[in-house]
Ligand binder design. Structure first.
Ligand code: SF4
Ligand code: SF4
Ligand code: SF4
Length: 561
């Protein structure tokens, strides 16, 4: 990059050509107000709040590249007046009576109002009433608050890859729309929630978070989504001084997801309707009775020995797995298959370079959603990468590609992908036939999406998928898979957070912590160790698996972790 000389507020500076005036101002620590601009979105210069003066001319600093000889002034009377009028115009269009807005106190437009000392409307507010679209399960769009910054449109396409939002009409008639102007709840929206996270005003809102607390009233806890093995970075907003989660936002700085989440990561923990096990219980001749931690320990201890087998699933963290191995030695098995049908030969960075994707048997709008975003933004975006979907059942990805094949026609997908550089095959489970077909194709790259969050942790701990019986069968995790049916004769102990199908048939049910009540590390699908931080105290009479296992291994918690 060429180095050029420009003047910035009277001082000569040498800067890289190709940068924008705003980039340079940020590097120099000079404040320029912005509104529609938001990294990592491509700048567009819609709001004109960032105007600066260059030798008498006003320029939008977010979209203007620096050029030799420029004399940039960021604080002249002309600049101040232009920004002030732009802001007045934004306030004058649509309804920005802050005191009636849920976002008051959490609004970038309002912040600018304070920054510029706005204490009245220069332009009488426009009284036209706009629609409030309440059709979506998780989101509401109050178009009366919209400033047409288009951050939502750009985030939905450039970052989340869903390309649902757009605009219609022009000038002050412009409206943000979903698909071909249908209610959001009837659109192809995947409920990733990114538009609500990025909207600077009170227009697009998370319904569940409304009126529960502003940012200043929240503790923001950095953590990791543990719903699938991608391990997206999240920020958990907990109402300060309480034990209540307001919302989950994607972490803009996460190298994995860069702020994007899927519906599961953003909403599933908050909308979880599964019935929690509220206390541990033991079955005797008269049915179930509650049992405390000491009682649980006593029974569990009496059942550990050579005839005990432990089953686990991939919801357990590395620290829990290590302790289970300490207590049960080699008698620890996975309840689900762990080995990849074909090991990955690329990682997530490989996805961002590929020219083609063959997705086999996974609906990436539903599962591993951020992997779906990574692929869709390259398929539907400027890169025009090719997508081939191979599936026998319903797969919503088929709506964005004509290249759809059944399993038996998979060879046709390979033929179509011929000639493309870097084709990545994405899959979770594979039949033996498909696996054999794929392994013959040396030119392809593979990305395996493991079945469970910490499947890689199970593999690293040498925990295999095998059915071994014992007189006493322990299960730790959430996915018990008919454990009583599999071991009809054994004394079965289940340490799990939810009521399970076979609750009534389990001998000892140990109610454990779940969701944001837990903390620990897990390996994501790339084998990176990620930390999940706790954000919530459990309000139930439930046991931390780590506490239980520390006791069972005869050591203190600090000795074993
Ligand atoms: S929730 Fe996600 S998919 Fe739906 S409109 Fe917003 S950004 Fe687009
Ligand atoms: S809905 Fe929000 S993000 Fe989208 S254009 Fe309006 S104000 Fe901007
Ligand atoms: S893709 Fe996986 S890790 Fe990321 S938000 Fe969705 S469920 Fe969570």
């Amino acid at each position: 990059m060429e180095r050029i000389k420009i003047k910035f507020n009277g001082n000569e500076v040498e800067v890289d050509s190709g940068k924008t005036i705003l980039d340079v101002a940020n590097e120099l620590g000079i404040h320029i107000p912005t509104l529609c601009n938001f990294e990592p979105l491509a700048p567009k210069g819609y709001c004109r709040m960032c105007v600066v003066e260059d030798r008498g001319a006003l320029k939008a600093s977010c979209v203007t590249p620096v050029a030799a000889g420029m004399e940039i002034q960021t604080d002249t009377p002309l600049v101040k007046e232009a920004r002030y009028i732009n802001l007045q115009l934004l306030f004058g269009e649509r309804n920005h009576y802050c005191m009636y807005c849920e976002s008051s106190g959490d609004c970038e437009l309002q912040d600018l109002g304070y920054e510029f000392g706005l204490d009245h409307f220069d332009f009488p507010p426009y009284e036209r009433k706009f629609l409030v679209d309440n059709s979506h399960k998780f989101l509401t769009i109050d178009h009366n608050r919209c400033i047409l910054c288009r951050r939502c449109i750009r985030a939905c396409s450039e970052l989340a890859g869903h390309f649902v939002l757009g605009e219609r009409d022009r000038g002050f008639n412009t409206m943000i729309i979903a698909d071909v102007d249908v209610p959001l709840g009837e659109s192809t929206c995947t409920s990733c929630g990114l538009c609500a996270q990025i909207c600077p005003t009170g227009t697009i809102k998370d319904k569940r978070a409304a009126y529960l607390g502003k940012e200043v009233q929240s503790d923001i806890i950095p953590s990791t989504c543990d719903i699938c093995p991608l391990g997206c970075g999240i920020n958990v907003y907990r109402r300060s001084g309480s034990n209540f989660i307001i919302k989950v936002y994607g972490d803009w700085d996460s190298p994995i997801n860069g702020g994007v989440l899927c519906k599961l990561g953003r909403y599933s923990v908050l909308y979880d309707e599964r019935k929690r096990l509220l206390a541990s219980k033991i079955r005797d001749d008269f049915g179930y009775r509650k049992i405390d931690f000491d009682g649980v320990l006593k029974i569990a201890r009496s059942r550990i020995g050579d005839d005990a087998v432990a089953y686990v699933d991939g919801s357990l963290y590395n620290e829990e797995l290590a302790l289970i191995k300490k207590v049960f030695g080699n008698n620890v098995y996975s309840i689900n298959p762990v080995e990849p049908p074909i090991p990955s030969s690329t990682d997530l960075s490989g996805l961002s370079k590929a020219e083609g994707y063959i997705v086999i048997g996974v609906d990436l709008n539903k599962d591993y959603g951020v992997v779906g975003s990574m692929i869709k933004r390259r398929v539907l975006g400027e890169e025009k990468a090719k997508l081939f979907v191979v599936d026998d059942g319903f797969n919503s990805l088929t709506s964005i590609t004509e290249n759809v094949f059944t399993f038996k026609d998979i060879e046709q997908a390979f033929d179509k992908a011929k000639g493309l550089k870097d084709v990545v095959v994405v899959f979770s489970a594979l039949s033996d036939t498909i696996r054999d077909t794929l392994t013959k194709r040396g030119e392809l790259k593979y990305l395996w999406l493991p079945f469970e969050t910490n499947t890689i942790g199970l593999i690293k701990n040498g925990i295999k998928y095998e059915m071994k019986s014992g007189k006493n069968v322990f299960f730790f995790g959430k996915d018990h898979k008919k454990i009583r049916e599999r071991f009809p004769e054994a004394f079965v102990i289940c340490a799990t957070p939810f009521e399970i199908e076979e609750t009534e048939k389990i001998d000892l049910l140990i109610a454990t912590k779940d969701g944001f009540e837990r903390e620990g590390t897990f390996y994501n699908l790339e084998g990176k160790s990620l930390k999940r931080n706790k954000a919530l105290e459990s309000e139930y009479n439930v046991i931390d698996v780590i506490d239980l296992l520390s006791e069972l291994s005869g050591k203190t918690k600090s000795e074993v972790i």
